[in-house]
Ligand binder design. Structure first.
Ligand code: XIL
Length: 411
């Protein structure tokens, strides 16, 4: 009897250790993706590459397929970096999310600052979409055809595209029609952030997609970026994802990371594990959610610290490539074993105490305003309610400063 138990324990241990993110995802019929770029593929950091290959089965180019990288001058295409990503993925049997065709950010100035009529900008969009998608026809499974087109209330974000066309419908239609024509087999997505809870932005997305689909525009999927914050994953995350999925027919979590104030505490790590499970499980529970892409591997290469001052630690591996509790959180989200329920309960209580303390420290009673580019408001926000510069506007239930931050960082 004793021998049998030891054997069983050994078997269990080997099963658990053999599990990877991609095997856990596949067991639920989902994919799990990460990001890469030539610097990761060919650079000296081999660990990034090894983990990408061992743990993930889908990949997005972090920057190489953005408009400024791929068509830096009008009709002048620069393929090397995007080709490197596509070839690497194909050689390693990874599927690809193409990111992204039409976006106001990382947009070359010849597009952003051109003086366009509807007709000339239509030609520019069609040429960009057709040329990029045709080159990778049959090689890229999903495309983010348009990215971040909404403002926080669900209206049109101001961009060269929305200004020239006087709203969203026309240029989104042009982009999606060009995309379908270029590669009829690719899944075509509309992608955005702050779709993590019910509210104006998610409603705006649902309404636009339903309206355009009713008019025959070939939108297949809504991508929810899911740049989340530890301890603040909304109770409506799952139902909101479900409504996105229903509106488009398919959905995906496209850029998941869950950031914290750094250094992250041990209770923060534990809460982050729970939050990763919540986010991943929301996709697993929807038959038409395609999969989950995590926006990176290691905290040392995450975009978060450069953009959100004082925040980071958002990914499943720490800066030295040790697996964090978040890793088990993702496995658990995909229905694998996590086995730390008791510990999570205890640390959740600790986290809530810590959060109360933070509120007292950061509260606005002493006139302690959010820094320029800092966050001021958002889902579950308990920090300052005043902002030190015009770029930061307090709005409860919204995260206001994200777009401005990305713009500043990329110029
Ligand atoms: C980020 C990249 O990770 C950074 O390397 C780059 O400097 C800026 O863009 N939403 C998106 C992604 O759609 O393309 C962004 O990626 C993160 C926010």
């Amino acid at each position: 009897m004793k021998v049998l138990s030891a054997a069983a324990a050994f078997l269990l241990a080997s099963t658990v250790s053999a599990q990877t993110l991609k095997s856990a995802a596949a067991s639920k019929g989902k994919y799990v993706g990460t990001i890469t770029d030539p610097a990761y593929i060919n650079g000296s950091d081999r660990t990034y590459n090894t983990i990408a290959l061992n743990e993930f089965n889908y990949v997005s180019a972090e920057n190489s397929m953005k408009w400024d990288a791929i068509e830096p001058s009008n009709g002048g295409f620069s393929w090397n970096n995007a080709d490197t990503v596509v070839n690497w993925a194909q050689q390693n049997n990874m599927k690809i999310r193409g990111h992204t065709l039409v976006w106001h950010s990382q947009l070359p100035s010849w597009v952003a600052n051109g003086s366009w009529s509807k007709s000339t900008l239509t030609t520019v969009i069609q040429n960009h979409v057709r040329t990029v998608m045709t080159r990778y026809k049959g090689k890229i499974a999903q495309w983010d055809v348009v990215n971040e087109i909404f403002d926080e209330s669900g209206g049109a974000r101001s961009s060269v595209f929305s200004r020239v066309f006087g709203g969203l419908d026309e240029f989104v239609t042009i982009a999606f029609n060009a995309a379908r024509a270029a590669d009829p087999s690719a899944i075509l997505c509309i992608n955005d952030y702050n779709l993590d809870y019910s509210g104006g932005k998610a409603t705006g997305m649902v309404n636009l997609v339903k309206r355009l689909k009713a008019n025959g525009v070939p939108i297949d999927c809504i991508g929810s970026q899911a740049h989340l914050m530890v301890g603040q994953v909304s109770s409506s995350f799952s139902s909101t994802l479900s409504s996105l999925c229903s509106a488009a027919g398919k959905c995906a979590i496209t850029e998941l990371d869950i950031r914290a104030k750094t250094p992250i505490s041990s209770s923060g790590l534990s809460q982050q594990q729970t939050d990763y499970t919540t986010a991943v499980r929301a996709c697993v529970n929807l038959s038409n959610c395609l999969g989950v892409t995590v926006w990176g591997i290691t905290d040392s290469r995450s975009w978060i610290p450069q953009v959100f001052s004082g925040e980071g630690a958002a990914l499943p591996w720490d800066g030295s490539y040790n697996k964090k509790p978040a890793y088990s959180g993702i496995i658990a989200g995909f229905g694998g074993s996590s086995g730390t329920t008791q510990q999570q309960t205890t640390t959740r209580q600790q986290t809530s105490t810590t959060r109360q303390q933070t509120t007292t420290t950061n509260g606005n009673t002493g006139g302690n305003c959010s820094a320029r580019w800092g966050q001021c408001g958002g889902q579950g926000w308990s920090g300052p309610t005043c902002c030190s510069q015009g770029t930061c506007t307090f709005s409860n239930g919204r995260r206001q400063t994200f777009a401005s931050i990305v713009v500043e960082m990329t110029f």
